[in-house]
Design a protein around this ligand. Structure first.
Ligand code: ATP
Length: 245
């Protein structure tokens, strides 16, 4: 097995008296797609906030490619691309301007920015929309721009927090296809949170988080076989019930 690209060890986080995460431990391998599944309030957003350093864990540690996030936060942030639950594009800027602004925050040179914007817009079939204002794009295209933006600085890990919420089924399918392709083509690791169980595919690595605790980390197909269950829904229900006890 290759060294993990991300290791989360014994992380705990409370909001005052409210416990959001307790002794959360898991690791991600390079080039794999991980679906983080959990009901509302399970702690998914808190975990993402810690991974992209908006919050500091109160216990435990996060390392990215062996670098401790608490000790070298900037080096770790360079390795992470983030797509938040709420859209964060400026609607009155063009697609290209939104991407260029993000690239400048990451300190990319103008020549490299142009190259990366070209590459990512091509990857997401958006090259013909580069001069259009984001306001004129539909929801699926806006999400694709956000994913392209998160990839500009070539992170090792892409984090997506409920990235397909509010999109119709066929747009969700297209984006999900793109994301799986991204892992196999470019070797990037994806951690994508969802409560939409139908988005999880048999070949995905599955991480189930319930009430701030990890209930399962295993390839989805293997977990179904181990539990003798024939669907992701049944598998999730099983671990959900276990977590609620
Ligand atoms: N700022 C806050 N203050 C107090 N409690 C909070 C705060 N943010 C989250 N919580 C609580 O922490 C727990 C984890 O919340 P979190 O938002 O991380 O879960 P989630 O899995 O992302 O849920 P959702 O799917 O609804 O976004 C929940 O019980 C939530 O009520």
């Amino acid at each position: 097995m290759s060294d993990p690209v991300l290791a989360v060890e014994q992380i705990g986080f409370n909001y005052g008296a409210k416990q959001a995460l307790s002794e959360v431990t898991f690791s991600l391998s390079p080039g794999a797609y991980y679906a983080l599944l959990g009901p509302n309030g399970a702690g998914k957003s808190t975990l993402f906030s810690i991974l992209c350093q908006l919050l500091q864990p109160q216990t435990g540690r996060v390392t990215v490619n062996g670098i401790n996030a608490a000790k070298k936060p900037r080096q770790v942030l360079k390795q992470i691309g983030m797509v938040f639950q709420q859209p964060t594009l400026d609607l009155d800027l063009s697609v290209e301007q939104n991407l260029a602004y993000h690239a400048s925050l990451h300190g990319l040179s103008s020549a490299y920015t142009k190259q990366r914007i070209d590459e990512e817009l091509q990857r997401f079939a958006l090259s013909d929309r580069r001069k259009d204002k984001v306001r004129s794009l539909n929801g699926g295209h806006r999400r694709r721009v956000e994913i392209a933006r998160a990839l500009l600085h070539q992170p090792a890990i892409l984090l997506l927090d409920e990235a397909t919420v509010g999109l119709d089924q066929s747009t969700r399918d297209t984006i999900n296809d793109h994301l799986r392709q991204l892992c196999s083509d470019s070797g990037i690791t994806i951690l994508s949170s969802t409560h939409l169980i139908d988005e999880v595919r048999p070949n995905d690595e599955l991480i189930v988080l319930i009430k701030g605790q990890i209930q399962l980390q295993q390839r989805c197909e293997e977990a179904m076989q181990a539990q003798q269950l024939d669907s992701v829904q049944a598998l999730y229900r099983h671990f959900h019930q276990q977590g609620e006890q």
